[in-house]
Design a protein around this ligand. Structure first.
Ligand SMILES: [Ca+2]
Ligand SMILES: [Ca+2]
Length: 487
C-alpha cells in the first residue's frame, strides 16, 4: 500500500490538473508525506477493468475539416428541434450542419468572420466557442423563439463593459452569450444578422470559462421550465478557486444560471430572470443562479423519466464527480471536492465524508490516479446523459458520463443511483472492426491518427451528446471524427 501511495504521489507531483491550461505550477517535492488524515487516493480499489463493461459498436459518422492543418476541436453537437438536423461546433468558432447520414458537413456559421465582431479567443486548450444550443421553438414559425439560437464564446474584445466580473485586478478575456436569429431556420447556412449580446463575463484566468448551455429537453411547451436556458459558469480558473467565487452567491462564477432568453427583466435588460429561480429573494444573491458550488462543469442533462437534472464537474487534483442538480443546490466546491473536504492540490481530507447535510454530494466519483486513466496521468469529468432510449439497448437506463482526456466512457444505473464513490462505476468499450477487441475511445483515435499520417494523440478530449432518436455521438479534438454508438 505504501508503495502505491508513493508511486501515485510521484505521479501527482508530475502532472497538472487534467482539463486545464492553467499557468504552470512550481514542481512539488515528490512523495512528500501528506499530513495525517489526508489522502490523494480516497478510492484505493481501482475502477473495474472488464467486469461489468458494456460493449457497443462505434462507427465513424462524419468527418469535420481541419483548420490550418490542425484537427477540428469538436466541442458540442446539438439536434435542431423538430428537424433531426444535427449541428456540431469546432471550438475555434465554426458551426457545421451535418446531413442526415453524416456524409456532408457544411459550414453553417463562422463566428470568426469579422462582420460579426465576435473576436473569438480560442488560444490554449480551454478557450473558444464553449457551447451552442437552439431555442426549442427554433423551427416553429410565429413563436417568439423562431429562428433563435445561442452561442457561448470566449472573446478577445473586451468592450462593452462586463455584466459580471470578479475582484481580480487583471483579466484574460471575456466570455459572451450571444443570441442569433435566422430568417429561415431550415436554410443551409445562417441567413440572419449580427448577434445580440446578452451576457458578458470578465474572466480572471484563461482556464475554466464555460461550460455548456442547454434548454431542458424534457420540458414540454406550457411547463414552467420550457424555454429557460441553463448556463454553466465555471469558477473563473487558476486552481482552488482562489477568490472563493463558487460559494459566493453574489458572484456569477462557479454557478449554473437559469435565464429566459426572450425576457427582459434582468439587470442589464437583455434577458429575463425566472421568478421561480431559487435566489430571487435572497439578499445580495444573483437572481440568475440556479445552483452553486460548481468548479468547471463540462456537461449536464435531464432524465426524461423523472425530470431530474444531473451534471459532471471537473475536480481539482484528486476527485472527479457526477452529481444531481436541483434548484438552489450547493454542489460543494471549493469546500468539498467530491464527497471529501477539499484542502489542497495534493490531497483531500479523509475524515467525515458527505457530512454536511446542506451540500449536494456526488452520485458517482473517481480518483484522478485510477489506473484505468493511465497512461494519460490526468483526469477530467465530462458529460452526463441519462439514457432512456432503446436505440442502443445495452445502454438503456444507464447514466452515462466520461473522463475527457482519457476518453473513457462510464456508466452506472440510472434507476438505482449510487451514493458516491467509484465502486459502482463500469466502463463502456467500443467495437470498431470484426476481430478487434473492445477498446476505449483514445485507442481508436490513435489508430485513426496513424491512418491520417498524424502523430497519435495522447488525449481524447471526448465530448458526447444524444438526440431525440436516441443516437449517441462521440466527439474529440484529435482526429476530426464524429462517431456514432450503435447496438
Ligand atoms: Ca476563466
Ligand atoms: Ca461537488
Amino acid at each position: 500500500m505504501y508503495a502505491r501511495l508513493a508511486f501515485i504521489a510521484a505521479i501527482a507531483a508530475l502532472t497538472s490538473l487534467g482539463g486545464s491550461d492553467a499557468p504552470a505550477q512550481a514542481p512539488q517535492t515528490p512523495a512528500a508525506p501528506l499530513p495525517a488524515g489526508q489522502t490523494n487516493d480516497p478510492f484505493p480499489q481501482p475502477i473495474a477493468g472488464d467486469e461489468g463493461a458494456i460493449t457497443v459498436r462505434l462507427r465513424e459518422f462524419a468527418a469535420i475539416p481541419d483548420i490550418d492543418g490542425e484537427a477540428a476541436r469538436l466541442m458540442t453537437l446539438v439536434e435542431a428541434p423538430a428537424t433531426r438536423r444535427l449541428f456540431v461546433s469546432d471550438m475555434r468558432g465554426l458551426l457545421y450542419a451535418l446531413s442526415a447520414d453524416g456524409r456532408a458537413a457544411a459550414a453553417y456559421l463562422d463566428l470568426r468572420d469579422p462582420k460579426w465582431a465576435v473576436s473569438v479567443q480560442s488560444t490554449g486548450r480551454e478557450r473558444g466557442m464553449q457551447s451552442f444550443t437552439f431555442h426549442p421553438q427554433f423551427t416553429q414559425a410565429g413563436t417568439p423563439g423562431y429562428g433563435k439560437f445561442y452561442t457561448y464564446t470566449d472573446v478577445s474584445n473586451q468592450n462593452p463593459a462586463p455584466d459580471f466580473t470578479t475582484p481580480s485586478p487583471t483579466s484574460t478575456h471575456d466570455t459572451v452569450l450571444h443570441e442569433w436569429t435566422a430568417k429561415n431556420p431550415n436554410a443551409a447556412a445562417y441567413d440572419g444578422g449580427a448577434p445580440r449580446e446578452m451576457i458578458r463575463l470578465r474572466q480572471p484566468f484563461a482556464n475554466h470559462n464555460g461550460g455548456m448551455i442547454a434548454f431542458n429537453a424534457t420540458a414540454r411547451p406550457g411547463s414552467a421550465d420550457f424555454g429557460l436556458l441553463y448556463i454553466g459558469v465555471a469558477d473563473g480558473g487558476s486552481g482552488g478557486d482562489p477568490m472563493n467565487l463558487a460559494q459566493n452567491l453574489g458572484s456569477a462564477f462557479g454557478k449554473f444560471f437559469r435565464i429566459d432568453p426572450l425576457g427582459r427583466n434582468s439587470r442589464n435588460g437583455k434577458y429575463g430572470v425566472p421568478t421561480a429561480n431559487p435566489f430571487v429573494t435572497t439578499k445580495d444573491a444573483l437572481p440568475e443562479i440556479f445552483a452553486y458550488g460548481v468548479r468547471n462543469s463540462q456537461g449536464f442533462g435531464w432524465d426524461s423519466k423523472t425530470g431530474a437534472m444531473v451534471m459532471s464537474d471537473i475536480g481539482q487534483n484528486i476527485v472527479e464527480e457526477v452529481s444531481p442538480v436541483t434548484a438552489g443546490a450547493n454542489l460543494g466546491w471549493n469546500v468539498w471536492e467530491g464527497s471529501y473536504r477539499y484542502v489542497s492540490r495534493q490531497a483531500v481530507i479523509m475524515e467525515a465524508p458527505r457530512s454536511d447535510p446542506k451540500m449536494t454530494y456526488p452520485i458517482a466519483e473517481w480518483g484522478q490516479l485510477d489506473p484505468v486513466l493511465l497512461p494519460n496521468n490526468s483526469s477530467a469529468a465530462v458529460g452526463a446523459i441519462v439514457y432512456r432510449s432503446t436505440t442502443v439497448p445495452q445502454l438503456k437506463d444507464r447514466l452515462l458520463f466520461g473522463d475527457m482526456p482519457s476518453g473513457e466512457l462510464f456508466h452506472v444505473s440510472a434507476d438505482n443511483l449510487p451514493k458516491g464513490g467509484q465502486d459502482p462505476i463500469r466502463r463502456v468499450l467500443f467495437l470498431t472492426a470484426e476481430g478487434a477487441p473492445p477498446r476505449p475511445l483514445l485507442a481508436i483515435i490513435q489508430e485513426k491518427n496513424r491512418a491520417q499520417g498524424k502523430t497519435a494523440a495522447i488525449r481524447a478530449d471526448m465530448r458526447f451528446y444524444t438526440n431525440t432518436a436516441g443516437q449517441i455521438f462521440l466527439l474529440n479534438k484529435a482526429d476530426g471524427m464524429v462517431r456514432l454508438i450503435e447496438r
